[in-house]
Design a protein around this ligand. Structure first.
Ligand code: FE
Ligand code: FE
Ligand code: ZN
Ligand code: FE
Length: 189
């Protein structure tokens, strides 16, 4: 108890001091750099997904899953363009920086698809992989939108929130497909 109450105020006083020591423009530099790096990361990830989703569609069996993935492929292509628009609002050239996490998630998806025979069990695996991707994207766009708002980049924040909502919708659709047309049927396989 004693140590916590002693430590906490000391720490916040220190961080306040270092923030106040820098002029406002300079203070935003670190956060702006983080924001731009995260944006480059998701730009790479979205572009990688425009190549990965068609492979998932090819390996899927259920029509509902094929439809959901096909729709999200179109949405994803549009998201690539939207990230470019975000770069534009920042007066920055759209640049991609390899996203190690998305590369890993895509690798896992390929692994699942290679290991399973064609059918509904493989579909269930594809959904598992696709939802991990959507959750990564939800985390990324949630953070990006929050950073944009903090930096006063309202237009960028609106664009990023739009994509965030699309990713949430894709995640919900996948849950619905799994629960209504895949999981139960896969039991019988
Ligand atoms: Fe996306
Ligand atoms: Fe990433
Ligand atoms: Zn990354
Ligand atoms: Fe997505």
């Amino acid at each position: 108890m004693k140590t916590t109450s002693k430590k906490a105020p000391a720490k916040s006083a220190a961080s306040k001091k270092s923030a106040a020591a820098k002029p406002e423009g300079e203070r935003a530099e670190g956060l702006r750099k983080l924001f731009e790096d995260q944006l480059k990361d998701i730009y790479w990830a979205e572009k990688a997904l425009t190549k990965a989703i068609p492979k998932m569609i090819k390996k899927a069996t259920s029509e509902e899953l094929i439809d959901a993935l096909t729709e999200h492929l179109e949405v994803t292509k549009n998201q690539v363009t939207r990230v470019e628009e975000v770069f534009q609002t920042l007066d920055k050239k759209a640049t991609a920086k390899k996203c190690e996490a998305m590369e890993g998630l895509i690798k896992e998806a390929e692994e699942i698809m290679d290991e399973a025979e064609e059918g509904l069990v493989r579909d269930a695996g594809i959904i598992a992989a696709a939802q991990k991707v959507e959750h990564y994207e939800i985390a990324s766009y949630g953070t990006l939108a929050a950073l944009a708002r903090t930096l006063g980049e309202t237009e960028a924040a609106d664009l990023l929130t739009e994509t965030l909502e699309e990713e949430k919708e894709a995640d919900e659709t996948l849950t619905e497909v799994a629960e209504t047309s895949i999981n139960e049927e896969a039991l019988a396989e």
